[in-house]
Structures are given as C-alpha cells and as structure tokens.
Design a protein around this ligand. Sequence first.
Ligand SMILES: C[S@@+](CC[C@H](N)C(=O)[O-])C[C@H]1O[C@@H](n2cnc3c(N)ncnc32)[C@H](O)[C@@H]1O
Ligand SMILES: Nc1nc2[nH]cc(C(=O)O)c2c(=O)[nH]1
Ligand code: SF4
Ligand SMILES: [Mg+2]
Length: 207
Amino acid sequence: MSHQVPENGTKLPLMEEFYTIQGEGFHTGKAAYFIRLGGCDVGCHWCDVKESWDAELHPLTDAETIVENAKKHPAKTVVITGGEPLIYNLDYLTKRLKEEGIRTFIETSGAYPLSGTWDWICLSPKKFKGPKTEVLEAAGELKVIVFNKSDFKWAEEHASQVGPNCKLYLQPEWSKANEITPLIIEYVKDNPHWDISLQTHKFLNIP
Ligand SMILES: C[S@@+](CC[C@H](N)C(=O)[O-])C[C@H]1O[C@@H](n2cnc3c(N)ncnc32)[C@H](O)[C@@H]1O
Ligand SMILES: Nc1nc2[nH]cc(C(=O)O)c2c(=O)[nH]1
Ligand code: SF4
Ligand SMILES: [Mg+2]
C-alpha cells in the first residue's frame, strides 16, 4: 500500500530519529537531534543507509510529532538527513522547528530544489544526480566523499561553484578508507583550502 506524502510537508516518511553527536563535517562533535527521512533515488552504490531508499517502508509522520520529539533534548539543533531530505517540501517542518527556537541543519546531496529555512546546509554532491545551483550557492559546507583518485578533480569542480565562505571537506568513503585516507591526507597538505572530515561516530560506536 503506497503512502502519499502531502505536498505541503505536514507529514513526512520518518525512518528514524536519534539524539547523538554530529560525526561529520564542520559541526563534528556537537550534540544534535537527527531526523532521518525515508526515500532516495540518487543511488550511490556505497551508500551507508540503503535501507532509507524506499520511502514506502517508513511511516508517514506528522511534522508536529517530529517537532515535539525534537524539543525534548538539551541541544536545540536538529539535523535533517535521509535518504535525500530535499525530495520533500521542508518549509513547514523547518518553520515549526524555528518557531520553537531550534536550529535547522540539513545533510543533502542537493539533487532536488531547496525548500526549508536553514541555519546550516551541508552539501555532499553526487555524480549520479548533480546538485542544484541554489543548493551550491547556499551551502555552508561542501563535503565531498572520496571513493577514488579521480574524485579530487571532481571535488575542485564543485568547490569552484560554492560561495566564497563555504567550508570544504574531503571525506573518505567508509569501505575504502584504508586505501583512500592516505591520499586525502596528502591532497589536503598540498591543497590546504580543504579540510578532512571523518565519520567519527563510527569510531565512537554511536548512531
Ligand atoms: C546517508 S547521506 C543522507 C543525506 C544525503 N542523501 C546526502 O547524501 O548528503 C548522509 C551523509 O553520509 C555520507 N555517506 C553516505 N555513505 C557514505 C559512505 N559509505 N562513506 C562515507 N560517507 C558516506 C553522504 O555523502 C552524506 O554526506
Ligand atoms: N552521528 C552521526 N552523524 C552524522 N552526520 C551525518 C549523518 C547522516 O547519516 O546524515 C550522521 C549519522 O548518521 N550519525
Ligand atoms: S544521496 Fe545520500 S542517501 Fe541517497 S544514496 Fe547517496 S548517500 Fe545514500
Ligand atoms: Mg550516517
């Protein structure tokens, strides 16, 4: 039985919500309430949450319920992730979160139009479905996942399309980290406009 996600974003397919420490990128180390929405058609073969891809598997949840749950935690920061959260209209959810004094951060491939009101946009572009211009321009950080040597040139192509203050991160693809991380280290030492991002939550054994 397929569920119809309302256009106005008042209900969203919720895969999981968890209070944890941001493991990646500019806000690494900060406590935040993660909201993981279901559904993604970008198809990264190395995706570490493929169980999010089929939106039908994840219950349509009232945005109000999500907001109430987010309010219960000391850190007043929410990270909306997925799946690909920009598939959905996030205007309503982010408006309500901000009305409750909660900061809104997003993790996105940028492959869909930008909806929502954001305090921080982490753009992790994907070859399989490229990022929209409005997301490139609004991103606070660009976090490129490095799977092989050709990704460095590809990363620079995206770095040239983001704003002047956008933070630049190179993150090893998890399953190839042993091989790729030494290359990232050398690249960042030679090109210090990039920083390294690691999936520290996986080392900390937290969600
Ligand atoms: C699962 S995605 C969900 C949000 C959005 N679809 C995106 O790709 O940005 C969250 C973050 O994890 C990264 N990621 C996913 N699989 C990964 C892997 N195997 N190794 C390293 N990073 C990965 C993505 O690039 C993204 O920055
Ligand atoms: N701790 C933790 N930090 C994260 N940063 C981005 C994540 C994601 O899956 O979007 C993530 C995640 O899954 N867990
Ligand atoms: S865009 Fe994000 S959620 Fe979708 S397949 Fe790629 S890494 Fe996974
Ligand atoms: Mg994750």
